[in-house]
Design a protein around this ligand. Structure first.
Ligand code: NAD
Length: 550
């Protein structure tokens, strides 16, 4: 039942306004009584439909679309029309729809953003807004913003610099906050920092939506970010900021600069690390080994790779392995070959993993020399886990773990069927973008998707509900352990090291509770500790139910 002041305010609105407000619109589900009371009679087809019937219609239309991009456009338009119905359908069909609202389709949507653009979503902060960013933030119609996802569009998925077209990413990620964890959509703010693009194709594209200029860099860039972070603190003091798809030179710097000064995290570094560590923990349940028994080889030493390495080192610390010894279990191959101490000009984030070893040029040489038990692809380079690489991997390890995490699907280091076929069906495989089940040697394998969506919505919800002042690494470590515990024996028997997406809201609630516990434990929370954290989290979850205007 709507409270009286709200009711009075609503009653003053004309029906037509209500039909154009996606938060309040119910479309054909407005009841007879509501149609009279809200002056909607005649503005809708006469028959009243239930939410279930509306959902049926959405599904029919969704399936009728001939391509994933058309489905993306269709769902975006639904969200702009009737947000409640959009989330109802998305939650009920998360497995089918997540690849459309997020990776891989969102990648194509960003590439073509200016061409499929219909209506602005999120907030754009441009280089020209320097000096008045707080004013721009105040233009956002909602006041109680709790989660901000921000990108500068420089490294969108594995697709590179897409400038302001990157807006598809914060919009998509925040959709997942609501669908996967139940953060109220009104508390979510997608932001794109339109600092220019160095993508010449986009600058020549007549329908590109960003400012036509090359990227800001150096002091000017840093000052803009600084003003943005200060403005967020002023205008939305209770918001957690998620940095998303920044190029790695900026991503590491910004995280180092703000992690102790603001409530923020970087999903590409910390969220990826957590979901990958969870997959490794699940894989260890299959092999019945310890983390400390593994040797990790990464292809790619960027945000994802170093983030995963650092979290593995922290997790090994809990098992009593000191940091120096733990780092020696992690090896990296980047575009110049094996990361070793003798290589000059290594970027700062790689230094901790530059071990003493003769230089090696190729991944195959590294696999042969280092005999890893876990191979992790985070290079953005497709088809780099070749047949010789995977055969060499399987030569020395009974159940090698293979993570082909590069997104979208076209960038994956190998396909699921390659991984099973070239290891004789012994690989424990997961990927960044989804792959269909594979039948090999009479067995059907269900490849797991190491999707960050298992982690960041739950961690974010835990931070929001506990009012945590900071986001700390321990939250990502407990999130990994919690996620691995949610994988059932039946999942593992199918070769799947992540729980089914259909259980993601339950998974996120557990992760949120574990995250909040860390905040309470470390004195970071700003609300009172509840007696039953999981129950308290579940009570704070947004459900897409229509408002009753009675
Ligand atoms: P990044 O740009 O920070 O790092 C890429 C790294 O790959 C760099 O170290 C680069 O030197 C290396 N590299 C480039 N070409 C190479 C080559 N030919 N051989 C070996 N190494 C090479 O990017 P990132 O944020 O670390 O992301 C990398 C990839 O991981 C992207 O495709 C991204 O989509 C994917 N990713 C997946 C998930 C997930 O599925 N959960 C999460 C985050 C990132």
């Amino acid at each position: 039942m709507v409270k009286t002041p709200q009711l009075t305010a609503l009653a003053r609105r004309l029906g037509a306004d209500l039909l154009h407000d996606p938060h309040l619109n119910k479309g054909t589900a407005f009841t007879e009584e509501e149609r009279d009371r809200l002056r909607l009679r005649g503005l809708l087809p006469p028959r009243v439909f239930s939410e279930t019937e509306q959902e049926m219609r959405v599904l029919e239309n969704f399936r009728r679309k001939s391509s994933p991009l058309e489905r993306y456009i269709f769902l975006s338009a639904l969200k702009e029309r009737n947000e409640t119905l959009f989330y109802r359908v998305l939650i009920d069909h998360i497995g089918d729809m997540m690849p459309v609202v997020y990776t891989p389709t969102v990648g194509q949507a960003c590439q073509e953003f200016g061409h499929i653009f219909q209506r602005a979503q999120g907030l754009f902060v441009s280089a020209g807004d320097r000096g008045r960013i707080a004013e721009v933030l105040r233009n956002w119609p909602e006041r109680d913003v709790r989660v901000i996802v921000v990108t500068d569009g420089e490294r969108i998925l594995g697709l590179g610099d897409l400038g302001a077209n990157g807006m598809g990413i914060p919009v998509g990620k925040l959709t997942l906050y609501t669908a996967c964890a139940g953060v109220d959509p009104r508390q979510c703010l997608p932001v794109t920092l339109d600092v220019g693009t160095n993508n010449e194709e986009l600058l020549k594209d007549p329908l590109y939506i960003g400012t036509l200029r090359h990227r800001l860099f150096g002091a000017e860039y840093d000052e803009l970010i600084d003003e943005f972070m200060t403005a967020v603190d002023k205008v939305f003091p209770h918001a957690v900021v998620q940095f998303e798809d920044f190029a790695n030179s900026n991503a590491f710097r910004l995280l180092t600069r703000y992690r102790d000064a603001a409530c923020c995290f970087n999903d590409d570094i910390q969220g990826t690390a957590s979901v990958t560590l969870a997959g490794i923990y699940s894989g260890l349940r299959i092999t019945e080994q310890r983390l400390a028994d593994q040797r990790f080889l990464f292809l790619g030493a960027g945000e994802a790779g170093i983030g995963i390495g650092d979290l593995i080192v922290a997790a090994l610390g809990r098992e009593g392995v000191d940091a120096a010894a733990a780092r020696k279990l992690c090896w990296f191959v980047d575009s110049r070959g094996l990361v070793v101490g003798s290589r000059g000009n290594l970027e700062a984030h790689k230094l901790g993993y530059a071990h003493d070893h003769p230089p090696l040029r190729t991944l195959l040489e590294a696999v042969q020399a280092l005999r890893p038990t876990v191979l992790i692809g985070v290079s953005g380079q497709p088809q780099t886990f070749t047949r010789p690489v995977l055969e060499a991997l399987a030569e020395h390890v009974q159940r090698p773990m293979v993570f082909a995490l590069s997104n979208p699907t076209s960038k994956a280091e190998c396909t699921a069927s390659d991984a099973y076929e070239w290891t004789g069906g012994r690989a424990i495989f997961a990927s960044g973008s989804p792959f269909d089940p594979v039948t090999f040697g009479g067995r059907t394998f269900v490849p797991g998707q190491g999707n960050n969506a298992y982690i960041f919505p739950g961690v974010g919800l835990g931070v929001v509900l506990s009012g945590a002042r900071r986001v700390v690494d321990e939250m990502f470590a407990v999130a990994a352990r919690t996620l691995a515990q949610r994988v059932t024996r039946a999942d593992l028997e199918r070769g799947c090291i992540y729980p089914p997406l259909s259980s993601i809201r339950e998974v996120s609630a557990h992760i949120a509770a574990a995250t909040a516990e860390v905040a309470f434990e470390l004195g970071l929370a700003t609300v009172a500790r509840p007696s039953d954290t999981l129950k308290w989290v579940k009570a704070g979850i947004y459900e897409p139910n229509y408002m009753r205007y009675a």
